[in-house]
Design a protein around this ligand. Structure first.
Ligand code: M6R
Length: 633
């Protein structure tokens, strides 16, 4: 979605805005622009379709000592094509603005603008807001701050706007209703406002999250906070972000996605350490998290999410069902939202969202809160809108995820779900004195600490797993279609594997429960099609191998993922990708419980998609048409 950066202060404005916009590139965009303001109030605007690199030379060619403020924008087109005219900032007389969101009543405003004898330059809804502000200012003889305040309630839908005026050049006014805005200030630097904390972290790690309905006035001397509707001052708490700016860089990797895939052993440990009381592998207490009490009291758990987070939720259902007696359903937020869902006593609704900003997931939590049903959320972003909407929150510790395709955040969500399922299951086992169940869950926790070790082996460049992934990618990249199949835990992984491949390699890929193959998709199997069979040695193994045989009989190419010692799978597949794991220890015990193999399989599938996309030469970190956080419906 669109990205916004605004800055007033004593440092060179152009480079700060450009760097800030680059930090927001991950959100996805198709044009960009920057406006620079000098002390005397003159402004210059630089805009272009395509990447930020297209405006960078124009901005940097300017004498930066002239400017002391400005705003920048990356646009993800909604109203009007991605071209230079529609790129932000938009200018109406002395006003220059950038906008993120959708103005739902834009037709009405457009009519008003034409009726008053003006003709907007762009096809965007955004430009229209500048006219509204201008009308207010002219009609009531008021300044920019008051003009924005009077105009803002007149637009419908979810929007955030950052606006400057040539008549008050030392001032940025920003207002939020929906799309997030974050601000930061320090004496030496000045004031900055952006769509998320990442452009701010290069300058300060102390930030303020704007609430819906907040308006701020940024000057180099500080930031003032107001209620946009009443105009009364409000207080906002300063939040310290614990992500350092260097975690926002590629650190030598060719792509953020590759870096983030390789970060997973560490992020799993970070999340484990955040939730276990110590490193003795004893069951953790989640000491002060009220969400645990909510879950313990739950009679039914409804998980809602979108995209990859929904896949994590589907996996969550398997873990909750294995370790607890809690009935669980997992639903797409966009569907749940418009169904006639009937809440039952004791129901708890859990939203999962990496960004904490996804519009559909947020809307469900808002509706559920109105119905007085307890809400929980799992998110990776502190201070995000969802983290503030849910009654209780479990943070994952994946760190900033920049690649549009979610990787390490997905793994961290899975981890949070298995931890919660185990925590709840252990409570039940204690109460029912089920010794066996308790031992099972204690073992689960112990083994979770072994996952980073196995995962490091799987991802090791030149290792047998990574090599097999590379070979399979090279041999299958021209396939006309891919099917990912699996049963049990491997079914959501199949969905996720296919989504990842679609997103970054732009090839036709479908994920299926292996048992569903013969109910339709088998008709498509023939030479030239590749089927990725996810078949670790688990309770579903024999059934999945039967499905593999059906695939083989139709001439499709098979890439199988399974335990390293699985000779059957290795002999049947065209490519066998070994997990760095034997199915049994010498004493006959399995090396890692079957419920934990998703933590190894998912990163392997991510790597497979990455390798295919790399060979195809696609834009891996910012795939076409996609946005990192989907803040509109
Ligand atoms: O931020 P969220 O987890 O709520 O995002 C949900 C989806 O938009 C997201 O998972 C999307 O599917 C990713 N591009 C997947 O890689």
């Amino acid at each position: 979605m669109c990205g916004i950066v605004g800055y007033v202060g004593q440092h060179a404005v152009g480079p700060i805005l450009l760097k800030g916009l680059k930090r927001l590139e991950y959100r996805g965009y198709d044009s960009s622009g920057v406006a620079l303001f000098d002390e005397g109030g003159r402004s210059e605007t630089f805009k272009a379709a395509g990447k930020i690199a297209a405006i960078e030379p124009m901005v940097l060619a300017k004498d930066q000592t002239l400017f002391h403020g400005g705003i920048g924008h990356t646009r993800w087109a909604t109203h009007g094509a991605p071209n230079t005219t529609n790129a932000h900032p938009h200018r109406v007389k002395d006003l220059v603005l950038v906008h993120n969101g959708i103005i739902e009543n834009y037709r009405e405003i457009q009519k008003l603008v034409y009726a008053r004898g003006y003709k907007p330059v762009s096809e965007t809804d955004s430009e229209l807001f500048a006219f509204l502000v201008m009308f207010e200012m002219e009609e009531h003889k008021i300044d920019l701050i008051e003009g924005v305040r009077r105009a803002f309630p007149k637009i419908h839908g979810s929007s955030s706007v950052v606006i400057m005026s040539e008549k008050q050049p030392g001032l940025i006014v920003a207002v939020r209703n929906g799309s997030p805005l974050v601000a930061g200030w320090n004496k030496e630097f000045g004031a900055i406002v952006a769509s998320d904390a990442q452009p701010i972290l290069d300058h300060t790690n102390k930030v303020y999250y704007l609430e819906n309905g907040d308006m701020i006035v940024c000057q180099k001397s500080g930031i003032q906070f107001f209620d946009a509707y009443s105009g009364k001052p409000v207080e906002r708490k300063e939040v310290t972000i614990d992500w350092s700016a260097d975690r926002l860089d590629k650190n030598g990797y060719a792509h953020y996605m590759l870096k983030e895939i390789h970060e997973q052993p560490r992020t799993i440990l970070d999340t484990l350490h955040a939730y276990f009381e110590d490193q003795t592998h004893r069951p953790f207490e989640f000491a002060k998290n009220a969400g645990i009490d909510q879950l313990s009291a739950a009679q039914r758990l409804s998980i809602i999410a979108c995209g990859t987070s929904w896949h994590a939720g589907l996996l969550g259902r398997y873990w909750f069902e294995r370790y607890t007696h809690l009935p669980v359903d997992t639903d797409l937020a966009s569907e749940f939202r418009y169904r006639n869902s009937h809440f039952t006593p004791g129901q708890v609704v859990m939203g999962i969202s990496q960004s904490g900003e996804t519009a559909d997931t947020l809307a469900v939590l808002q509706d559920v809160n109105k119905n007085k049903v307890p809400t929980l959320a799992i998110t990776n972003v502190k201070g995000s809108t969802i983290s503030r909407e849910a009654k209780s929150i479990f943070y994952t510790y994946a760190g900033p995820e920049i690649g549009v395709a979610s990787t390490k955040a997905f793994t961290a969500q899975m981890l949070m779900l298995v931890l919660l399922a185990g925590r709840l299951g252990r409570d039940l086992a204690v109460n029912d004195s089920q010794g066996k169940k308790m031992i099972e869950i204690d073992r689960l926790y112990r083994e979770l600490f072994e996952v980073p070790h196995y995962l490091s082996m799987a991802l090791e460049t030149g290792g047998s797993t990574a090599n097999a992934v590379k070979k399979a990618a090279q041999d299958t990249l021209h396939s006309k279609a891919f099917f990912f199949i699996g049963r049990g835990y491997s079914f959501p992984l199949a969905l996720e594997g296919a989504l990842k491949l679609k997103e970054i390699a732009y090839v036709h890929a479908e994920g299926y429960a292996a048992g569903e193959l013969k109910h339709g998709p088998i008709a498509m199997l023939e030479p030239g099609v590749t089927v990725i069979v996810i078949a670790p040695k688990d309770i579903w193994y024999d059934k999945t191998v039967s499905n593999l045989q059906e695939v083989k009989a139709r001439g499709a190419k098979i890439v199988a993922v399974g335990h390293a010692d699985d000779k059957t799978l290795a002999s049947m597949a065209d490519h066998f990708i070994p997990l760095p794991l034997q199915s049994k220890k010498p004493d006959g015990q399995s090396t890692l419980d079957e419920s934990l193999t998703p933590f190894l399989i998912s990163p392997i599938l991510q790597l497979l998609s990455y390798e295919i996309a790399l060979s195809k030469g696609t834009d891996i970190d910012q795939p076409r048409n996609l946005a990192k956080s989907v803040t509109v419906e």
